[in-house]
Design a protein around this ligand. Structure first.
Ligand SMILES: Cc1cc2nc3c(=O)[nH]c(=O)nc-3n(C[C@H](O)[C@H](O)[C@H](O)COP(=O)(O)OP(=O)(O)OC[C@H]3O[C@@H](n4cnc5c(N)ncnc54)[C@H](O)[C@@H]3O)c2cc1C
Length: 449
């Protein structure tokens, strides 16, 4: 490999093994790996050069924004990684229209702080260190999801470097097929360098964490589900059946609730029923600046990786509640999140974006920690074992919550009509499947009108 020539053509950095930067960058949140080359790009030309270099030498090609992808496919062994962390600018394009441009390599904590300085916010996720690129391309389920929809529902345009190295701008009027595909279709179509969002003029929200004892799981979850069905859409909530994580984080039921709106009395009234689900152990409901809701993100303990599964739930039935109460919550069992959807998410029709699961009232996310060096069959066994109790109640999957990227998981994430359309867009923009380290959609020439 002519690495010397690559280095002269890259404005950013070419990072090789046995350097400090490499040690920092070789691994990501859920994966430890040894790529041959990491290119920390500075501009679109760097990206085009890196894509071509990977093709010339038939290297695996990974694309990384925040490195929090649960599949671990934002790194690899022996291949090339395009690291976008320098493309992290946050700009206000039009203050009156709340139009903002965020570099794909920014982290959501940084983006939220920068937007807050302008009195703006975007519903993204719950963790500061998650990247703008990966979260947005999968959908984005955040703390104001029921009021303002998924993160992609605020997306107006994006800039992408395609497999041929060309830069294209996508929007409802420019490459609308590609604009449709990147709103849920992940990293299949090129390297997205920046996103133009219409943000919301939100400064503070009211909410926090309410905890209950695990002995109350069944009744708390049942009442939570019934209440969220009729709750005002300003209120978004996640219920976590938390099986504990070391002595610092004891097992408990955690109900996060955030009201997106400035009216304190309305917020209090909306949240009150969530304080009456059982005997409250603790609560910290108060008015908070939006950007302070995002948590640092617990660092993955050394030697551990997450096996993560997901599915959408049309109705959180009593049977589903009973299954959760029976099989989860004890030490060693997976952590289960139930995130409320509905509201603005459901007002967009399933075919309007590549995120098609619009009609469910909630999404499950189960997470189990296992030794990082577990063999693939052990990982798969844990996934199946975890999921067997929730699978009967779930349909589809949220691509960003899946640690598995096999074809069945891709099929769960994209219903057949969505998949076929994604495959046709893929055939137009990446016919050789250059971008295949992802929940991969294979190119198939087709009609997607
Ligand atoms: C602690 C934690 C908390 C989370 N909380 C939430 C949450 O509240 N809501 C939610 O919706 N999700 C959440 N997620 C899931 C998260 O959205 C996904 O893991 C997402 O992929 C992370 O994005 P990233 O940029 O950090 O990841 P990366 O690992 O950098 O990227 C993941 C994949 O996306 C693709 N990709 C990334 N950037 C680009 C790009 N610019 N162009 C093309 N392809 C790209 C690549 O295929 C890459 O392998 C959470 C994950 C973790 C680990």
């Amino acid at each position: 490999m002519d690495i010397a020539s690559l280095t002269t053509r890259i404005a950013g950095e070419v990072i090789l093994p046995d350097t400090f930067a490499y040690t920092e960058l070789r691994s990501i949140f859920n994966q430890t790996s040894s790529p041959a080359i990491i290119v920390r790009v500075k501009n679109n030309e760097d990206i085009a050069t890196a894509i071509q270099f990977a093709q010339d030498y038939q290297l695996k090609l990974a694309v990384r924004s925040g490195g929090h992808g649960l599949t671990g496919l934002a790194t690899n062994d022996g291949g090339l990684v395009i690291d976008l962390s320098h493309l992290n600018q946050v700009e206000v394009l039009d203050p009156a229209e709340h139009l903002v441009r965020i570099g794909a390599g920014a982290k959501w904590g940084q983006a939220a702080e920068a937007l807050a300085a302008h009195g703006l916010a975007l519903s993204s996720g719950d963790t500061k260190s998650v990247g703008v690129g990966g979260l947005t391309l999968g959908g984005g389920i955040g703390w104001m999801v029921r009021k303002y929809g998924l993160t992609i529902d605020r997306l107006e345009a994006a800039e992408i470097v395609t497999a041929t190295g060309d830069t294209v701008r996508v929007s409802a009027h420019e490459h609308p097929d590609l604009f449709w595909a990147i709103r849920g279709g992940g990293g299949n179509f090129g390297v997205v360098t920046s996103f133009d969002f219409r943000a919301q003029p939100v400064q503070a929200v009211v909410g926090g964490l309410i905890t209950y004892d695990l002995t109350e799981t069944e009744s708390v979850l049942k009442k939570w589900a019934a209440f969220m069905r009729t709750a005002p859409e300003e209120l978004s909530s996640t219920l976590v059946v938390f099986s504990g994580f070391g002595p610092q984080f004891p097992p408990q039921i955690m109900v996060y609730a955030y009201y997106a709106g400035g009216d304190q009395a309305a917020a209090n009234a909306a949240i009150q029923p969530l304080l009456e689900l059982g005997a409250v152990k603790s609560q910290d409901i108060q008015k908070k600046p939006y950007h302070t809701l995002l948590e640092e993100g617990r660092v993955r303990p050394a030697g551990i990786r997450m096996v993560s599964e997901s599915g959408f739930i049309r109705t959180v039935s009593d049977d589903a509640v009973a299954a959760i109460a029976t099989h989860f919550g004890q030490p060693g069992t997976p952590i289960i999140q139930v995130r409320s959807l509905g509201g603005a998410v459901a007002r967009i029709r399933p075919h309007e974006t590549a995120f098609a699961h619009r009609d469910s009232e909630a999404v499950f996310w189960s997470v189990k920690m296992i030794p990082a060096d577990s063999a693939p069959e052990v990982v798969e066994g844990v996934r199946q074992e975890t999921w067997q109790w929730l699978k009967p109640f779930a349909s589809g999957a949220y691509v960003n919550f899946l640690s598995d990227a096999s074809d069945p998981s891709v099929a769960a994430a994209y219903p057949p009509a969505t998949y076929d359309r994604l495959a046709a867009v893929k055939a137009l923009y990446d016919p050789d499947n250059v971008f295949n380290q992802n929940h991969n959609v294979r190119p198939v020439v087709g009609n997607y009108a």
